[in-house]
Design a protein around this ligand. Structure first.
Ligand SMILES: NC(=O)c1ccc[n+]([C@@H]2O[C@H](COP(=O)([O-])OP(=O)(O)OC[C@H]3O[C@@H](n4cnc5c(N)ncnc54)[C@H](O)[C@@H]3O)[C@@H](O)[C@H]2O)c1
Length: 262
């Protein structure tokens, strides 16, 4: 399926996990993907891996915490490819720690990456789409922590909730230019992040069993599952879907509690 043939797609945080999965799916469907990620080690490796597979990918080093870095990345993308069709705001950091230990540096890192970065990437991409008079799609990766959350996650929950409400406003600001804005909220997704979290537990096998049991499908998502939803939302099939969030967590958030434990 080549439904994104010749579309120019920017994916932030494309060096790993969900962002890499989303980038690969767009590229397999014909897109030219811009890997707008932070670490050279990841960006260059993913770029090479994709090109070796015959996919169209270009790495542009980007720090979404910096307005200047975002503006440079968007300019370079536009100057090279002459248009931008899709922006995926995926880059994110997670700091879970007791609120009494949170520093101002922790707060700035999470909010600057997970919220401010989403706003400024959207701003600079929207500017190009509007000036170029091309329609487009902006999709930001939130989290099921925007709906229900846990102790010690204040910064992350705040940023992810704000991404959804901010995107509703952006959808109304940009709708008149033919730009749709949506969010996707994954739950547990099998990335190195999840594996690291799991391996830090005393009994990873038991924890994994318990995690799976909370899901209606009996399993968690893969980056490919998230990518399938994101690509649908970016496609013409979703032409009338905007200002909406799309939860993808196999029923985890809908569940009241772990009923077979008590
Ligand atoms: N993995 C999960 O279970 C899960 C669940 C819900 C939501 N999410 C969200 O999905 C997104 C991706 O998560 P992941 O688990 O794949 O993360 P990850 O840590 O595997 O990958 C994140 C990528 O973003 C890059 N990045 C970090 N800071 C950056 C910056 N300032 N500028 C540019 N790039 C930067 C990293 O280098 C990395 O390539 C995040 O927004 C995360 O909050 C993840």
């Amino acid at each position: 399926m080549e439904d994104f043939k010749d579309k120019i797609v920017i994916v932030t945080g494309a060096g790993n996990g969900i962002g890499k999965g989303i980038s690969e799916q767009f590229a397999r469907r014909g897109a030219q993907v811009v890997l707008a990620t932070y670490l050279d080690s990841e960006g260059l490796q993913v770029e090479k891996e994709f090109i070796d597979k015959g996919l169209k990918a270009k790495y542009i080093q980007t720090d979404v915490r910096s307005e200047e870095s975002i503006s440079n990345m968007v300019d370079e993308t536009f100057n090279t490819f002459k248009r931008i069709d899709v922006l995926i705001n995926n880059a994110g950091v997670t700091i879970f720690k007791p609120m009494v230990d949170v520093s101002s540096e922790d707060w700035d890192l999470v909010i600057d990456t997970d919220l401010k970065g989403v706003f400024f990437c959207s701003k600079y991409v929207a500017k190009k789409m509007i000036a170029n008079e091309n329609s487009g799609s902006i999709i930001s990766i939130s989290s099921n922590h925007a709906y229900r959350t846990l102790p010690d996650t204040e910064m992350y929950a705040a940023a992810k909730g704000a991404v959804i409400s901010m995107s509703r406003s952006m959808a109304h600001s940009l709708g008149r230019y033919g730009i749709r804005v949506n969010t996707v909220s994954p739950g547990f997704t099998d990335t190195h992040h999840y594996q690291k979290w799991l391996m830090a537990k005393e009994d990873p096998a038991q924890v994994e069993k318990d995690v799976y049991a909370l899901h209606a499908t009996g399993t968690i998502s893969t980056p490919e599952d998230i990518a399938n939803l994101v690509c649908f939302l970016a496609s013409d099939q979703a032409r009338n879907i905007t200002a909406s969030d799309h939860l993808i967590d196999a029923g985890l958030t809908a569940r009241l509690y772990h009923s077979d434990k008590f």
